[in-house]
Design a protein around this ligand. Structure first.
Ligand SMILES: [Zn+2]
Length: 328
């Protein structure tokens, strides 16, 4: 039974002894990686737009404060101007004083003084009128700037809303494709499952699953992570270790007996990115991928599970189908 199960990365359906049910909307690891990259880009865009909206908000606020200060100044000058206008002696009184001053010497002196005060008042009045005019001009400028700032804010907010909607869509798209935890890293035939083994190859517990496929079949990263080691010899042959952090839990995955390694130590990977090809290196009697999933750090035992868990319990094919549940 196990030996006949086909594991497929490319499609969400697993089949036994038959061609994979390929369709036009077939899911591929490349599609998953593309979606993840679009998601990451739009996340950066949303972040930038949020900052733009905040900046625009601060600008509107600053312009509002300037407008308020300007209005207060305008009110003050306007009140002063009214006071000057009220204090200004009407023309007739002035004429009466002029006549009076021609007959009374004391009145003449008084008139001269009064006339000087009147001239000063007129000068202050004219100055206040000029200030008022200048302030009105400034107010018009601030109003225009406020309109512009409001428009910029509205545009930034509109963009943010559109991007946020895009982000929601992409998250849904990704959730529909991406397996919850790990992705079955290659397409092929399950030639050996996880669990007790005969001991004929030097181990009594098989810590991973074997996916048999022809040399050169692509292998993909089972989850987002970082390559922590790449080795080219030993029982595993050419092999890769990837460390993952999934919802705060550390995991390590191992991909062994590879034909070709296409990643470097330290490289960051997205789920579904190619890491190399299936091969027949190390202790291997035919081309296959030996895939291990360790909870936490790599911890191997030849007679027990060690740190490993059954990949079939934690890995799914694209589209989120459990390989076990998909057997029919
Ligand atoms: Zn194996």
């Amino acid at each position: 039974m196990w030996k006949q199960l086909l594991l497929s990365v490319g499609v969400g359906v697993l089949v036994l002894n038959g061609p994979a049910s390929a369709s036009a909307d077939q899911l591929t690891p490349q599609e998953l990686v593309k979606t993840t990259k679009s998601l990451q880009k739009i996340e950066r865009d949303v972040h930038a737009s949020k900052q733009a909206v905040e900046k625009a908000e601060r600008h509107v606020q600053a312009v509002d404060e300037r407008a308020d200060a300007l209005q207060a100044k305008l009110d003050q000058v306007s009140t002063q101007l009214e006071a000057y206008e009220t204090a200004s002696t009407p023309e007739e009184t002035s004429l009466f004083k002029q006549v009076l001053s021609s007959v009374l010497p004391s009145a003449k002196a008084e008139a001269a003084e009064s006339e000087k005060a009147e001239t000063d008042l007129k000068a202050r009045e004219a100055e206040a009128a000029r200030a008022l005019e200048e302030l009105s001009d400034q107010q018009a400028e601030v109003k225009a700037e406020r309109e512009q700032a409001k428009a910029s804010h509205a545009a930034a907010y509109k963009q943010l809303k559109a991007q946020a909607a895009q982000l929601t869509d992409l998250k849904k798209q990704k959730a529909a494709i991406a397996p919850d935890q790990f992705m079955i890293p290659a397409t092929g035939r399950l030639s050996q499952g996880f669990g007790p083994a005969s001991g004929q190859f030097g181990y009594t517990f098989h810590n991973g699953i074997d996916i048999a496929a022809k040399v050169g079949t692509p292998i993909y990263a089972a989850a987002d992570g970082k390559v922590i080691d790449v080795k080219t010899s030993g029982p595993y042959g050419k092999h890769v270790f990837i460390e993952h952090d999934l919802n705060g839990q550390k995991w390590t995955t191992v991909y062994a007996h590879m034909h070709k390694i296409e990643v470097k130590k330290g490289q960051a990977l997205l789920q579904g990115e190619g890491i190399g090809q299936i091969g027949n290196t190390g202790n291997s009697s035919g081309p296959h991928l030996h895939f291990e999933v360790h909870q936490g750090k790599y911890g191997y035992s030849s007679s027990s599970a060690g740190n490993t868990v059954n990949p079939m319990d934690v890995a799914e094919v694209l589209g989120g189908t459990s390989p076990i549940k998909a057997v029919y």
